[in-house]
Design a protein around this ligand. Structure first.
Ligand SMILES: C[S@@+](CC[C@H](N)C(=O)[O-])C[C@H]1O[C@@H](n2cnc3c(N)ncnc32)[C@H](O)[C@@H]1O
Length: 273
C-alpha cells in the first residue's frame, strides 16, 4: 500500500492456529500492509499473505513482562502509523478476547491514530469446536462464560470461581493451565460436583492438537502426568461429554479432508507444528 501522510492501524485477529481460520478481511489486511506486528501464537504460515516488501516485526511477549512490552508495542504502532504506514497488528485468536486489543485501541485513540478492528476466531470457541465440544447445546448448556485463569487465587481482577460454578453451565478458561489445581479447588468450593466433566485442549486447531477428558476432581493430576503445556484451553461443563460422539478432527492423521491445511508452520523455533 502506498504510504499516506497519516497511516492507519488495523487490529486483526489471526484466528486460533489453523491458517484457514483467518477471515477474508484479515487476509486482505495482510496483503496490503506495510508493516505487520505479530504475536507469539500467530501461525507463521499466515505471513505468506504479506507483500514481499512488508516489514514483519515479532512482538511476542513473555509472561511477567506485559507492562513494559505493551507500552513498547503501542509506541511502535503509533510511530509507524505517524510515518504514514498501513500497520497490521496481528493477534492470536480475536483481538478483543483476552488479547489486550482494547488497550492498544485506547492508546491509538489517545494518539489520534486512525484504527479499525478485524475480529478473529477465538481459540476459546475454536479449540473446543475442534475437540468436538459445542459450548452451548439445547439439552446440556444454555449459558457460557469465557474467563481467564491467569490469576487463580483471590486477588484483584481474579475470577470468583465459587460463584461461577453455580452461575454458568459451560466455563471456558484461557491462560489457566498453570493454576489448574487452584481453579478446580475454587470450583469445588462453589458447589461444583467433583464428577463435572473437564476437557483440556492444547494447541487447538493445529496438527499438534492434543486433548484430554477428565473431571473437576481428576484433571489437575492427569494434566501434569500427560505433560500439558500452554497454550491450552480448559472447558468445564456437561457439554464436554459430547466430545465422545462429536470428536471429528484428526490432527496427526492423514490429510483426509479437502480443506485441511497441509502445512501449519510456525515462524519460531520451539513452536510445535
Ligand atoms: C493471551 S490469551 C489470547 C486469546 C486470544 N486472543 C483468542 O481469542 O484466542 C492466550 C490463551 O488462549 C488460549 N489459546 C490460544 N491459542 C490456543 C490454541 N491454539 N489452543 C488452545 N488454547 C489456546 C490459551 O489458554 C492461551 O494461554
Amino acid at each position: 500500500m502506498t504510504a499516506n501522510l497519516l497511516g492507519k492501524v488495523s487490529l486483526v485477529g489471526a484466528g486460533p492456529g489453523d491458517p484457514e481460520l483467518l477471515t477474508l478481511k484479515g487476509k486482505r489486511c495482510l496483503e496490503i500492509a506495510d508493516v505487520i506486528l505479530y504475536d507469539e501464537l500467530v501461525n507463521g504460515e499466515l505471513m505468506k499473505h504479506a507483500a514481499v516488501n512488508a516489514e514483519l516485526i515479532y512482538v511476542g511477549k513473555k509472561p511477567g513482562a506485559h507492562c513494559t512490552d505493551q507500552k513498547k508495542i503501542a509506541a511502535m504502532l503509533i510511530q509507524k502509523a505517524r510515518a504514514g504506514k498501513y500497520v497490521v497488528r496481528l493477534k492470536g485468536g480475536d483481538p478483543f478476547i483476552f488479547g489486550r486489543g482494547g488497550e492498544e485501541a485506547q492508546a491509538l485513540k489517545r494518539a489520534g491514530v486512525p484504527f479499525d478492528i478485524v475480529p478473529g476466531v477465538s481459540a476459546a470457541i475454536a479449540a473446543p469446536a475442534y475437540a468436538g465440544i459445542p459450548l452451548t447445546h439445547r439439552a446440556h448448556a444454555s449459558s457460557v462464560a469465557i474467563v481467564t485463569g491467569h490469576r487463580a487465587l483471590a486477588s484483584e481482577g481474579s475470577v470468583n470461581w465459587s460463584r461461577l460454578a453455580a452461575a454458568v453451565d459451560t466455563v471456558v478458561i484461557v491462560m489457566g493451565l498453570h493454576n489448574l489445581g487452584a481453579i478446580m479447588t475454587g470450583l469445588l468450593e462453589g458447589g461444583c460436583e467433583p464428577e463435572r466433566p473437564v476437557s483440556l485442549i492444547q494447541w487447538g486447531t493445529r496438527r499438534s492438537q492434543k486433548s484430554l477428558t477428565a473431571t473437576v476432581a481428576t484433571v489437575a493430576g492427569l494434566a501434569a502426568a500427560r505433560g500439558f503445556t500452554a497454550p491450552t484451553t480448559i472447558v468445564v461443563g456437561n457439554v464436554v461429554r459430547l466430545a465422545e460422539q462429536l470428536d471429528w478432527f484428526q490432527p496427526r492423521g492423514e490429510k483426509s479432508q479437502p480443506w485441511s491445511s497441509d502445512s501449519q508452520t510456525e515462524l519460531h523455533a520451539g513452536s510445535p507444528r
